[in-house]
Write a protein that binds this ligand. Structure first.
Ligand code: SOE
Length: 390
């Protein structure tokens, strides 16, 4: 176990992502014992009883109701933002200005304007910042990245990426923040499309141009108000977004993000085709990378399955012997290990300028792609990712 002083975390928000992040903070120094330990110091949320229950379950020492009183506290080193999207900007900027290390859930911001402002603050800040695109940290995705960097697929022609869910398919699914533009920014596009944009940027490179369609299938939904069945609200974000993309390096992309793909609970997948072969990955089979190589002998052509559980595979040395798989939660643990390592290096003055990735600059580029998708869905034209006035 590292002898360093524990880093103390204030987490703002406590629902699904609060659970995933607290778990990762609790486990990260168990699997990565050379890192500084982490203390879950304060859990922040407005509904007192619920925050108290979450804090007891997740292992936080204290609770608080106002994040403003917490982010500048001297005994806080890391501010972790797992709130609905409309709060990211204000909390992140306050925490960055207070010199804290900041982790922020995706998408970075409600809009491109906000993302530009947040990234500018992040560039000036002393602390490390990261955005939680956790799927990059699946060992099979990291292996795909290594192979792409080594040129094992040669020139890349295609990526097709899908993020398919179905949990909002029922018209009875109530209004919630994810269905309101002023709280979420966008719908399926920001919530799950941002993940596949991140994977594509990570694996293939920058997107230049997009043409898109977006659709809201269910435009009115009930509010959860006791004894008032008829109170409904207007959904003003997309249920589905699909777009074609041209990458700067010449590849073509086909992207689909939807909450209306019946039977797909969390289908996050991609296939990449290059001149020397192809790679496929699917979150629901996340320990396997499927690979095809053009040069394989004629009698064994076809996709092979690489089981990414060997100690030579990225992050696997921290876990189990070969064949002992890891899961969704480990993608967060691996991301947090990367974050803590960067904090360590910055505090030791090593590698001072290099931020781990994905960081707020990645969040901003992601937001630029999403803004171009939205413009194109609106005007029916191809839109340049860098084509906005800001
Ligand atoms: C809901 O659609 C959600 O929890 C997203 O918000 C997460 O980012 C995604 O990883 C899983 O689905």
């Amino acid at each position: 176990m590292s002898e360093g002083k524990a880093l103390r975390v204030a987490m703002i928000g406590y629902q699904f992502m609060g659970k995933a992040h607290s778990h990762a903070f609790r486990d990260v120094s168990f699997y990565f014992p050379n890192l500084r330990p982490v203390t879950l110091q304060v859990l922040v949320g407005r509904q007192e009883e619920r925050v108290r229950q979450a804090a007891a379950r997740y292992g936080f020492a204290e609770v608080a109701s106002d994040w403003r009183e917490i982010v500048e506290r001297d005994d806080i080193d890391i501010v972790d933002i797992v709130t609905p999207n409309h709060l990211h900007r204000e909390i992140a900027i306050a925490a960055l200005r207070a010199g804290k290390h900041v982790l922020c859930e995706k998408p970075l911001a409600l809009s491109l304007e906000e993302a530009v402002e947040m990234e500018m603050e992040a560039k000036k800040a002393l602390g490390i910042n990261m955005i939680c695109h956790n799927y990059r940290f699946a060992p099979a995705v990291q292996l795909a990245k290594q192979w792409l960097q080594e040129g094992r697929l040669g020139k890349i022609y295609h990526i097709r990426a899908q993020y398919l869910q179905d949990w909002m398919i029922s018209p009875d699914h109530p209004m919630e923040w994810r269905l309101q533009k002023q709280l979420a920014g966008s719908g399926a596009l920001g919530d799950i499309g941002s993940h596949i944009i991140d994977l594509a940027r990570f694996l293939v490179g920058e997107i230049d141009d997009v043409t898109a369609v977006m659709k809201t299938f269910i435009q009115e939904r009930p509010f959860m108000v006791e004894n008032e069945q008829d109170v409904t609200g207007k959904v003003d974000v997309d249920d589905a977004a699909a777009f074609l993309a041209k990458f700067l390096d010449g590849a073509l992309g086909v992207f689909e993000a939807t909450r209306f793909a019946t039977g797909n609970r969390n289908g996050n997948r991609f296939e990449i085709n290059g001149e020397k072969g192809s790679l496929r990955w699917d979150l629901e089979d996340m320990n396997r990378l499927y690979a095809y190589f053009v040069d394989d002998p004629a009698d064994c052509q076809g996709f092979r399955q690489i089981q990414c559980t060997e100690s030579v595979h990225p992050y696997l040395q921290a876990y189990w012997p070969p064949g002992h798989i890891i899961g969704y939660e480990h993608t967060f643990i691996n991301l947090f290990a990367t974050f803590l390592m960067a904090i360590e290096r910055r505090e030791q003055g090593i590698d001072y300028r290099n931020l781990p990735s994905p960081n707020f600059t990645d969040g901003l580029y992601n937001q630029r792609v999403m803004a171009a998708v939205e413009r194109s869905a609106e005007n029916g034209k191809w839109e340049k990712v860098m084509g906005s006035a800001i």
